[in-house]
Design a protein around this ligand. Structure first.
Ligand code: SF4
Length: 320
């Protein structure tokens, strides 16, 4: 498959990928918000702590410009399963979301997915904006307000009760697929008691699928850990979740072989921490020089930073 040629003959500001997704296959990503704009600052967030902490919906970018980019991207790569609005933060904070989804539905034939923390589903305008998407994938990590505040650290205007009510309301209004994800953090929300309570809430909402996830990449808080394997298997049973066997996928994203290797590394590491072995496998087909030296040079120049997480080395782009 051809990949997107970023910043060369095409310049993509909002579109990335396609990236392999455990839940969505090959997904062409759209970020309609500025980096790390969110109404949560989750302890496990792979983007680090939220820098633009807000609960205000803003028309950050014109939806026409985003749709135009998607159309250009689809001329280059059409072997995808979903066009996914995901954002480097919370995409429902984009006030133009409804018009973006509606335009994408009119102008592409691919199903549209939205990955969200679900926090704004209590708002009628947000629920309305999402109605024409094909799959909505919210998160639900805690059954109590106390644990919700500990794990997701929401904006002060947000509480768990209104999120659950919003999800129930949306389930009644929405005809598409509604898939929930529970991010499990060792010692925080992985006990059978807590999981049973989360399951009760999930059942009361009526999701079509349940996924569990674990913080496989360096999280915002270094003390966040992945639950033990036997705990995960038990969690899968309690939550009636989809298989968890794919957590350690190579998860290598598409790259632009015509762009310098530094640019590829930075563009991917900006979206999520990049494992060392992934860098080697990404570059091996087109970069014949010494990758180790390239990484050392980039670290020295402050373009990337290495962190050890879960006994593995990852590269991140330092926050300015
Ligand atoms: S994990 Fe998602 S919801 Fe949580 S802080 Fe990061 S971007 Fe926001």
């Amino acid at each position: 498959m051809q990949q997107l040629k970023k910043k060369q003959e095409h310049s993509f500001k909002y579109v990335f990928g396609p990236v392999p997704s455990r839940r969505l296959g090959r997904s062409l990503g759209i970020s309609p918000i500025p980096r790390k704009t969110c109404n949560f600052t989750c302890i496990y967030c792979q983007l680090g702590r939220t820098t633009n902490f807000t609960n205000k919906r803003v028309d950050f970018f014109p939806s026409e410009a985003i749709v135009e980019e998607v159309q250009k991207a689809l001329l280059i790569t059409d072997q995808i399963d979903y066009v996914t609005i995901v954002g480097d933060g919370e995409p429902t904070l984009y006030a133009g979301l409804g018009s973006l989804i509606n335009s994408l539905k009119k102008q592409t034939s691919f199903p549209i997915a939205v990955i969200t923390n679900g926090a704004l589903l209590y708002r009628e305008d947000v629920r309305h904006d999402l109605l024409n998407a094909d799959v909505i994938l919210p998160t639900l990590d805690a059954p109590t307000e106390k644990l919700f505040r500990l794990i997701n650290r929401p904006h002060k205007e947000i509480n768990l009760k209104s999120i659950i009510e919003g999800m129930k309301q949306f389930r009644e209004e929405y005809k598409g697929q509604f898939w929930v994800e529970v991010m499990l953090v060792k010692g925080k929300n992985d006990t059978p008691e807590i999981l049973s309570k989360i399951k009760d809430i999930i059942d009361s909402i009526g999701f079509d699928k349940v996924f569990i996830n674990v913080p496989i990449r360096p999280p915002a808080e270094s003390w966040v850990k992945i639950p033990d394997p036997e705990v995960l298997l038990e969690a899968q049973k309690i939550l009636s979740a989809e298989s968890i066997s794919l957590y350690e996928t190579s998860d290598v994203t598409s790259i632009d072989k015509t762009a310098p290797p530094e640019q590829n590394i930075i563009e991917i590491a900006q979206r999520h921490p990049l494992r060392e072995d992934q860098v080697y496998s990404l570059l091996e087909t087109f970069y014949k020089n010494d990758v180790e030296n390239l990484l050392l040079k980039m670290e020295k120049e402050g373009k990337i930073k290495s962190v050890i997480y879960n006994d593995r080395k990852f590269f991140i782009v330092p926050q300015k």
